[in-house]
Design a protein around this ligand. Structure first.
Ligand code: 56B
Length: 366
């Protein structure tokens, strides 16, 4: 419980006194990420939404998404993503869980960065993570199986080999990645008999419920921090895991969620980069200068939290603008986010980091 939430006893007394009655335990689950994002926007001084820029971005994004027939089917079209063999394909479920447990901090220290050579390709960034997992599976290391993480066979040296680099630069935060796999296997063993199917079924087809389960039971998914005297929750990897399952299974089986539209944008370092380039997000001169100079921003620093929280709120505003302009549009924050991430990766092919910078925080949360 965050220390700024009222004591449950006191809350119950207050509700009774006000004639509100007890909190309804059957009320649908909420992640409270949007509330955190709104609080951050209301208290941010170095990051702001530009309403003209946001409106122009909404028009541009929707046009492009329509032109590209953008839907969750795009997810499986990526060469490095698994293709589910059916609505309850456990191997795909395990692959996605492993990816989103480790889906953080790929930006390079040096010039060449961490690179995985696999199937004739040289993969960097997020794709290097997927490529390394496929390579390990091809080599007979069951790196996506929770019971393997839980076994004595799985050592730090094994993970070093899984993530061996084609360059001199290793994958950042490797120890933290090893610790997360071990930690996750402990929780899965204690709560779910080491079965991800049991974890998914515990959420009873609620996206917000699954996000909250991950945040409550797994410290390695609890992406929360302090901002202006309150605890705010951004839950990026918990949310992108739910989104990736929804997309990988195309809304069926393990991917069927009644409330998938409660998932917000995933507060990483790529989508803010795009929102700023589109003029939807504006930065104060000191922050803009720090990002241009590639100055590292510490995890939990006010600048970092403002960028992440305002990005979530900005994508929410874009989603509402698109729906208002096109009531028949079937877009949600997930598809807008995926589209913006994929667009950043396209632009990055022809732009230098100087032209198109992103903020640099060494974080295990994104
Ligand atoms: N907001 C958001 N952040 C995302 C993704 C993805 C990949 N999602 C795939 C699934 C569907 C989409 O179509 C994508 O193909 C990775 N990331 C984050 O970016 C950073 C890695 O960047 P780079 O080093 O350049 O690869 C790192 O923080 C990572 O956590 C996304 O979709 N949204």
């Amino acid at each position: 419980m965050s220390d700024d939430e009222a004591d449950p006893e006191l809350l119950a007394l207050l509700r009774a006194h006000l004639g509100l009655g007890p909190r309804d335990p059957t009320a649908p689950p909420e992640t409270r990420v949007l509330q955190s994002a709104e609080y951050i926007v209301d208290n941010a001084v170095d990051v702001a939404l530009d309403m003209i820029g946001t409106r122009n971005a909404a028009t541009l994004i929707y046009e492009q998404m329509q032109a590209k027939l953008y839907s969750f089917k795009k997810w499986s079209e990526h060469e490095m993503h698994p293709k589910a063999s059916g609505p309850r394909d456990v191997k795909t479920l395990e692959f996605v869980f492993t990816v989103d447990l480790l889906n953080f901090c790929f930006w390079p220290e040096g010039e060449e960065g961490f690179v995985v050579e696999y199937k004739g390709g040289r993969w960097s960034g997020y794709w290097s993570l997927c490529a390394a997992l496929w390579r390990a599976l091809d080599e007979g290391t069951p790196i996506t199986c929770p019971d393997y993480w839980h076994s004595e066979d799985f050592t730090f040296e094994v993970l070093e080999n899984v993530f061996r680099s084609a360059t001199k630069e290793p994958l950042p935060l490797l120890q933290e990645r090893f610790d997360f796999l071990k930690q996750a296997s402990e929780v899965l063993c204690k709560e779910y008999d080491l079965s991800l199917v049991n974890l998914i079924e515990d959420a009873n087809h609620s996206a917000a419920g699954l996000v909250n389960l991950l945040a409550d039971k797994f410290a390695c998914f609890r992406d929360e921090t302090r901002f202006e005297r309150k605890t705010v929750r951004l839950l990026k990897r918990a949310q992108i895991f739910v989104a990736d399952i929804w997309a990988a299974f195309e809304g069926e089986g393990f991917g069927r969620f009644e409330d998938i539209d409660k998932i917000t944008m995933f507060a990483d370092y790529r989508v803010p980069q795009m929102l700023h380039a589109l003029g939807a997000l504006t930065y104060s001169p000191p922050l803009e200068d720090a990002i241009k100079r590639k100055q590292e921003i510490a995890p939990g620093h006010s600048w970092e939290v403002q960028i992440r929280g305002c990005s979530i709120w900005c994508v929410e505003s874009i989603r509402k603008l698109i729906i208002r302009q096109n009531p028949e549009a079937s877009v949600n924050a997930i598809l807008i986010d995926y589209f913006l991430y994929d667009t950043v990766k396209e632009i990055e092919k022809n732009a230098t980091e100087e032209q198109f910078p992103h903020h640099r925080t060494r974080s295990v949360w994104y």
